[in-house]
Write a protein that binds this ligand. Sequence first.
Ligand code: NAP
Length: 243
Amino acid sequence: MRKNIIITGASRGIGAETARLFAQNGCNVIINYNKSEAEAIKLREEIIQKGGVAEIFKADVLKREEVDSMIEFCISQFGGIDILVNNAGIAKYGLFMDITEKDWDETININLKGVFNCSQSVIGHMINRKEGKIINIASIWGMVGSSCEVAYSVSKAGVIGLTKALAKELGPSNIQVNCVAPGAINTDMNVNFSKEEMKDFIDATPLMRLGKPIEIAEVVLFLAEKADFITGQIISPNGGYVI
Ligand code: NAP
């Protein structure tokens, strides 16, 4: 499929793997990044070397004018936008009693308001074309809650609610809005957990391991490619941690 896709937070982790997979599948990819410019440049070079098409674009998903510029860049570069993957996110760990207002705001803003900014910015374009796919990356913690990650859980529960409500609003315009809610995936996001904490998590996972970024990217690809009658759904690749 020669589709145009924007993936937020594609400089590292799940977003980077999703960019690789869509490029391999013939899509034109915008690799969005905020801080990790070197990683984004390297990923673009890797994709191009393998015969794919990719551009990088720096935009903080919190800043609406930067997001709007990214949407305009994709349209001018590739002629349109077929798929938006709202993947950019951060996680902060600590007791609820200790969360500062700054950390609370930062977590909710990047993880949830970022999805609002990018989605609202792209929707006019998709409505005009009467097609489009928005795929949001939430988390199992938005489904079942995580101790010591209350702000993160709230932000991801918000992404799940946004997915369901927006799917109803945009269905008549032939725009599918879905959500992927991963379990623990082996990326930088989990580097601050101790070996014991990760072992506890693995022991509680029926498939007895962490997920790989590619296993999330494959679900995103399915939703983008094969799922025209699926909207408002939460698909959770989590190794059986939540059943
Ligand atoms: P990661 O390796 O830490 O990567 C996070 C990505 O988000 C980076 O590319 C980062 O870009 C980007 N980002 C952060 N703040 C941004 C901002 N303000 N504007 C634009 N980009 C921003 O994390 P990951 O594990 O791949 O996580 C990707 C998504 O999956 C997140 O939404 C996360 O909550 C979700 N998730 C992850 C797990 C897991 O266990 N890893 C589980 C469930 C859900 P820069 O470095 O360029 O700033």
